[in-house]
Design a protein around this ligand. Sequence first.
Ligand SMILES: [Zn+2]
Length: 276
Amino acid sequence: MCPKIFPERGIKEYSEEKDACVMEFTKKGYSYLLHQLFAQGYQFCGFTETDYPNNIVILRHDIDFSLQAAVKLSDLEAELNVPSTWFVLVNTEFYNIHATTAKKSLQRIQENGGTIGLHFDARQCLCDMNQTDNYEDYQMAINTLVQQEADILANVIQHPIETVAFHCPSQQIIEMNIHFENMVNAYSDLFFREFKYVSDSRMHWRENIDEYIKSKKYSKLQILTHAFWYPVSYQSMSAHLKNFCSDAMLERYDMLEKNFDRLNNVLNRREFCAGG
Ligand SMILES: [Zn+2]
């Protein structure tokens, strides 16, 4: 059974935000998306239900770049009492799940009612498949790596990992419909074909999700969003990425300062910020 959601106050906020649009890549736009789903009678579910009745939506978030951005959207979902699943990379250059700040972010997402899943980048597999490779060997290799990363993530969040979603999956990976012993595959035939799957990849809805929800065209939805694209105020993609890079520079400076005595004498922060 899926949990019932949305207290009355959620509906009130909806009327105040009627000017927003699902397609708008802001926190407000995401809030509107949730309210639209609620208004159309969708129930919010996770990936590990035993049964999926009609009018179901699974909210999925892939954390590709920023745990901080994830926490902000997770806070919004907590306000509205909406459950969702957050997929976390273990093998990434963008964040380190063992860092104290990252652990706090993951804890916050869990406290907000979010479920943590593994976001797995299959491109790391050394046994890149071509047409002559053995599917079974490839799947076994993926299974082993997924289990290793799931164990690491489970240890960090102190909770079992029950769902895995591939990062930038190839068509082959999706078509393989890989089965995992102890985990649900978010790209399995059930969630990718029986559910209508829609994604905001690269800040772009390839399909009219607004219309899908309003018309209730699909009774089972998997909606993938990336919290990274939903700041408070709208930014173009280039502005967004530029800010992300400049923030990272300052974060690097701040980290250096914590580990480098009198850094300011060697590299002045103000000059650094000004690009000097
Ligand atoms: Zn991803």
